[in-house]
Design a protein around this ligand. Structure first.
Ligand SMILES: [Zn+2]
Length: 174
């Protein structure tokens, strides 16, 4: 902080932002008000907002608000649950009102590197809705004669195939 007199004889001091090292001048009376607050950091407004937002994100993630469990057993992600660099993709896939994306859809979208279409469904191969590892997920287009496509969601095609293989194996053993 360096002080000098402003245009109208007001004594001013220079404050340097600790993050972007941008400098700006404040009248001393205003700085005195700032310094009364014990959390005064000297950040400029954009850096202060960014720090506040980062702190808020840290807080909600530590509380587990980034993930949300739906009543039918799926895991949904909120904005707090994703990397902010992926925000455009999140906005493209989320429901407008709730701003949430199902985690299995999000994992597959990240794997493909593009947002999913609404006709593209993601199936949990082992039937466990909370197991959202990428090798447990399968993408298919509903009603397009693709393996597992049929009426409704969650057709468990993989489970069915595994059961058939097991039956064949047992039959050959007879
Ligand atoms: Zn700054």
């Amino acid at each position: 902080m360096r002080s000098l007199y402003g245009h109208e004889g007001t004594k001013c001091a220079k404050v340097t932002c600790p993050t972007c090292s941008k400098e700006r001048w404040y009248p001393l009376w205003q700085l005195r008000q700032f310094l009364k607050r014990e959390n005064f950091s000297g950040h400029c407004r954009p850096c202060g907002v960014a720090a506040l937002r980062a702190g808020h994100l840290r807080y909600v993630r530590s509380k587990g608000y980034g993930q949300h469990m739906t009543s039918n057993g799926y895991v949904n992600l909120t904005v707090a649950g994703i990397d902010l660099n992926d925000l455009p993709m999140f906005r493209a896939m989320s429901t407008p009102a709730a701003a949430r994306v199902a985690e299995h859809r999000w994992v597959m979208a990240k794997h493909l590197g593009r947002p999913l279409l609404s006709v593209e469904c993601i199936d949990h191969m082992d039937g466990d809705k909370t197991n959202n590892a990428i090798d447990n997920l399968r993408i298919y287009v509903r009603g397009k004669n693709q393996p597992g496509s049929g009426h409704g969601y969650g057709t468990y095609y993989h489970e069915w195939q595994m059961a058939l293989a097991k039956i064949r194996e047992l039959e050959s053993a007879l």
